[in-house]
Design a protein around this ligand. Structure first.
Ligand code: DX5
Ligand code: ZN
Length: 218
């Protein structure tokens, strides 16, 4: 089943609670929360206190995407704040294998994210530690960017890498996804689509979510 994870990066932060309820009512499956530290990416967003306040205020599981340096120093804070899936970047930690194992040991789904320029070969010895792989289809830091077309080849190659190893790990794709390109991204092998601007800028987010799911070729 294809899941849609609206990114609150494109929400109106002055009305965050209502903005979350809006996508919950619209049929979202997960809530994608982009955490940026102004170092790993050139932008700053929200941290554990805001996420904590939202805990128990929605039925949507929190899909927390950490775009921060030294994620090992902060993962406990995000687990405590309510993360269900906690994704760390391959590029941000020298000890990614240990970090994924630690997140898993805390009963949280460990996600591993790859920037567009990071090769899939870096996953070779950590793939079996991951509960989800996040393929960035834009360079992280900002919403509203364009999907990088060759990321479809990367998704396809990841899917076949998993198939050849008999692994069934969800593939999440993040950045520049709209109703127009959702079908090709799903066709390439994605299971979870993150969308910020396409959902939050729409007059009827439920239609966008429905259309994205209906482009499912399977
Ligand atoms: C980018 C973030 C994305 C972003 C997606 O750094 O990780 O989650 O919010 O936004 P859109 O869908 O507008 O590209
Ligand atoms: Zn994200």
């Amino acid at each position: 089943m294809i899941k849609i994870a609206p990114s609150i990066l494109s929400a109106d932060f002055a009305n965050l609670y209502e903005e979350i309820k809006k996508v919950e009512r619209a049929g979202a499956d997960l809530l994608h929360i982009d955490v940026m530290d102004g170092h790993f990416v050139p932008n700053l967003t929200i941290g554990p206190p805001v996420i904590s306040c939202l805990k128990n205020r929605t039925s949507l599981p929190f899909d927390v995407h950490l775009m921060i340096e030294n994620p090992e120093r902060y993962v406990d804070d995000y687990i405590q704040a309510g993360a269900h899936i906690l994704t760390v970047h391959m590029e941000a930690s020298a000890h990614i294998h240990r970090l994924l194992g630690y997140i898993k040991s805390r009963g949280i789904i460990p996600g591993i994210a790859l920037n567009p320029g990071t090769p899939l070969t870096n996953l070779e010895y950590v793939l079996d530690q991951a509960g989800m792989v996040l393929i960035m289809s834009v360079n992280p830091g900002f919403g509203g960017q364009s999907f990088i077309p060759c990321m479809k080849d990367k998704i396809r190659a990841l899917k076949s890498m998993m198939d050849s190893r008999g692994l069934e790990i969800p593939i999440e794709v993040d950045g520049g996804i709209s109703e127009k390109n959702a079908g090709e991204i799903i066709e390439a092998g994605a299971n979870i689509l993150v969308a910020g601007s396409a959902i939050y800028s729409a007059p009827e987010p439920s239609k966008v979510i429905k259309n994205m799911k209906e482009t499912n070729p399977f």
